[in-house]
Ligand binder design. Sequence first.
Ligand code: GH3
Ligand code: MG
Ligand code: MG
Ligand code: MG
Ligand code: MG
Length: 313
Amino acid sequence: PRPFSAQDLMEAVERMASTRRPERSRVLVLDDDPDAVRTLSVALTSPRVEVVGLGDPFRLVESLAEHRPDLLLLDVEMPGPSGFDLCRIVRSMPEWRELPILFITAHTGVEFRVAAFQAGADDYLSKPVLREELRARVHSRLERARLARDRAERDSLTGLLLRRPFLESLRGRLAEALRQDKPLALLLLDLDRFKQVNDTHGHLAGDRVLVRLGRMLAARFRKEDLRCRWGGEEFAVTLLGETAQSARDILSRTARELGRIAFEGEKGETFHVTLSAGIAVASQDGTQVETLLQRADERLYRAKRNGRDRIEI
Ligand code: GH3
Ligand code: MG
Ligand code: MG
Ligand code: MG
Ligand code: MG
């Protein structure tokens, strides 16, 4: 049997890392009865699910912004706005239009269930709620929502973020980095002479290079770092807390590893690839996403002009 090489192991680790479950999902529970909040929290909290409890309906909108939940559990009867009113309000906010919303209430009448769905609910449970059923319903909604989000936000070949969701997240990360007074490095990567790689070794071999680099990028760095298929054979990465020099060191390790991989072409031949990159760092190179992209792109262009297989800062 073929020995399991170090490279096979690396690949297996990268595969696992790129398909590993994302961080815990967050469920926001709004109920004016603290006992209900507690019971639901205990029922739902698990290694996969984190629960944030809220007793004040007037704080829902602010709580959505603060905790960014993946699912909302709503009570119906509360002092002030009803759960149905709140559901309508949440649905009117573009950002939360697709948030899964489940009602839990003592009301069992059909008119309540109808009103809940008319207000935009995804599901409705009447008390007493069986813990196992609650968990199953919540998990199923969370999983559906995650798959839908992934499909909308991720490139199907590499599994990395598409440009638009990347840019949306980047704005938030940049604001947060500036607020914490930490540097945020933006890296633009472009495979060298990739048209020639395709022409010489076949488009499928080219695709395998993209998949492999995508996996390497997914497996490295920290959870909060963003990785994006910027387009074609170009990728974008953010590294929080890194200077231009340290970001370059980190990326050059990945580039060296990529360069060592013997890819197989369409006629069974092997070939190697290199990449060029440009790095810009907030705040020294700018405090706007557009400025940073422009600086990184200028440096990427310079890396190409200076002979490729290099990273410019
Ligand atoms: P440079 O070193 O200047 O970047 O040269 P290059 O050939 O990489 O640059 P160019 O932008 O001219 O060509 C990019 C190539 O990347 C052309 C296109 O065929 C290839 N490419 C883009 N997307 C994909 C893809 O999804 N799969 C494959 N196999 N190739 C792709
Ligand atoms: Mg209640
Ligand atoms: Mg109540
Ligand atoms: Mg290019
Ligand atoms: Mg290229």
